[in-house]
Design a protein around this ligand. Structure first.
Ligand code: AMP
Ligand code: ZN
Length: 112
């Protein structure tokens, strides 16, 4: 999608601090990190929200890649949080589905 920030990052038009990439996914550091590790994992294909996720394998890959990056960065045992915000009440600001991976500090519950 031409008007999508994250599609532009997939296309290399807007720079990304990439931590992982394969044929279907891109993972990069959040520009406003909310924890010592804050990575966004996205499908390269434009999917606007979790409501539109039509590929269970791709959804599973998003989760498995989060676990893989967390382990690589040394947070498998101490723990981490994964979040997908959906639409307005969920706090979604970029309408290209993304999984937040947050680690490196104790998280609060319930989330704000
Ligand atoms: P959400 O509020 O769940 O839609 O999350 C969108 C996230 O994208 C926020 O955490 C932003 O800080 C992040 N973000 C926005 N622009 C960029 C960018 N150019 N590079 C990296 N992360 C970004
Ligand atoms: Zn997009």
């Amino acid at each position: 999608m031409t008007d999508c920030l994250f599609c532009k990052m997939v296309d290399g038009v807007i720079p990304a601090d990439i931590v992982y990439e394969d044929e279907s996914l891109l993972a990069f550091r959040d520009i406003h990190p909310q924890a010592p590790l804050h990575v966004l994992i996205i499908p390269k294909r434009h999917i606007a929200t979790l409501n539109a996720l039509d590929d269970a394998v791709l959804g599973g890959k998003l989760l498995q890649t989060a676990a893989k990056i967390a382990a690589e960065q040394g947070y498998a045992d101490s723990g981490y949080r994964t979040v997908i915000n959906c639409n307005e009440d969920g706090g979604q600001t970029v309408h290209h589905i993304h999984l937040h991976l947050l680690a490196g500090r104790a998280m609060h519950w319930p989330p704000g």
